[in-house]
Design a protein around this ligand. Structure first.
Ligand code: EPU
Length: 336
């Protein structure tokens, strides 16, 4: 177990924005976590779990305890001739898990290649890319209640998954720390290749796990900035879903507007709305809208403060609202 006081969060997040955490605790097992709880270290204090910090923006110093799981291991807990169940530690780097599945011939995780972050965050955020979401392969989520130290397993249905959303984001469920996630993978070849650019990338090729993974990596690397080079937190905004009538109205004025029918309405790429609002590649202070993928806000100079990122986010959202009458909301979590 590691306990650090007054720890910089810059080391534990991908935006490269400075803030301090009063206490930062890292644990390597469920029993270590339970001993932290029973020793009273979290009592009457604010606390929060973080994974790879790839979806967080600390808006100020954190006056509480940040908890980071280093629980490792990928264990095969059941299999048939069609499926395998893997129990994976919350601290495993997400892409190490995806790479393991691809090497082992397990189908289902390959479209989620090189998403930054760790396994523990995958159910919280219901991470997704290229037509697949974590919810499609999650069987159950093993948690510990940080207030009582009692364990609880959430089935897939109990996680209430939505677009970049789950029960773990609700205020009264934030007390659960994810310690392990069980994934259900297929042993029978099964691919999701309907998402536009992945389909075209693999046109005329006999698909297998390795070339799907390679295609996803190539697409992501061609348009998403590497947080090791330029601080960022992936997609900064969610793609808005509007009513059919609103979409029809906009399509009258902008017939070229990309749009996708989804449950509950029409999804419009926030990247397009931001680009049309003139923000693609534009800078405000030390923060900027990425020049290749405008859905991503970047710490352009490496010196951006959280206030500058928030100012940019607010300005971009206000301009999109003024031009299109659509609200766009951050998917990045602002920690205040
Ligand atoms: N677009 C533009 N201008 C641009 C770039 C894109 O207009 O400069 C439009 C295009 O119409 C394009 C559309 O945006 O067809 C969608 O772009 P893309 O396929 O790159 O996906 P996205 O909607 O921008 C979402 C996820 C990504 C995920 C990709 C692929 C969200 C918030 N983001 O982005 O997730 O990798 O789809 O599935 O849903 C993340 O969450 O951090 C993330 C990167």
């Amino acid at each position: 177990m590691t306990i650090l006081e007054n720890e910089s969060v810059k080391r534990h997040t991908t935006f490269g924005v400075e803030a301090k955490a009063q206490t930062f605790i890292e644990y390597s097992s469920v029993s270590e976590l339970k001993s932290i709880i029973s020793s009273g270290k979290l009592k009457d204090r604010r606390f929060m779990c973080i994974g790879g910090g790839s979806n967080l923006l600390f808006c100020r110093d954190y006056d509480g305890v940040l908890l980071h799981s280093c629980i490792m291991g990928i264990d095969k807990i059941a299999f048939s001739d069609k499926e395998v169940l893997l129990s994976v530690g919350a601290g495993v780097v997400w892409d190490d898990f995806v790479s393991y599945c691809v090497e082992a011939g397990y189908y289902g995780a390959e479209n989620l290649s090189i998403i930054p972050g760790e396994v523990g965050a995958s159910p919280v955020q219901n991470i997704g890319a290229y037509g697949v979401e974590a919810k499609d392969i999650i069987e159950s989520v093993e948690c510990v209640d940080l207030e009582t130290g009692v364990g609880r397993v959430f089935t897939n249905a109990e996680c209430c998954f939505g677009y970049r959303d789950s029960i773990f984001k609700r205020a009264d469920y934030r007390r659960y720390a994810v310690v392990r996630v069980t994934y259900r993978l297929s042993l029978v070849p099964r691919f999701s290749l309907d998402y536009g650019n992945i389909k075209s990338k693999l046109e005329g090729v006999e698909v297998n796990l390795k070339n799907v993974r390679e295609a996803v990596i190539a697409i992501r690397e061609s348009k998403l900035p590497d947080p090791k080079v330029t601080g960022n937190a992936g997609s900064f905004f969610k793609n808005p879903v509007v009513a059919q009538s609103k979409a029809d109205e906009l399509l009258n004025d902008y017939p070229e507007m990309p749009h996708f029918a989804v449950d509950g309405g029409v999804k419009i790429p926030a990247a397009w709305l931001i680009e049309q609002s003139g923000w693609k590649g534009r800078q405000l202070g030390n923060a900027a809208v990425d020049a290749r993928q405008p859905l991503v806000l970047v710490n352009y100079t490496g010196k951006a403060s959280a206030d500058e990122v928030v100012a940019l986010s607010d300005t971009v959202a206000a301009d999109v609202k003024a031009k299109f009458g659509i609200d766009i909301f951050p998917e990045v979590i602002f920690v205040k």
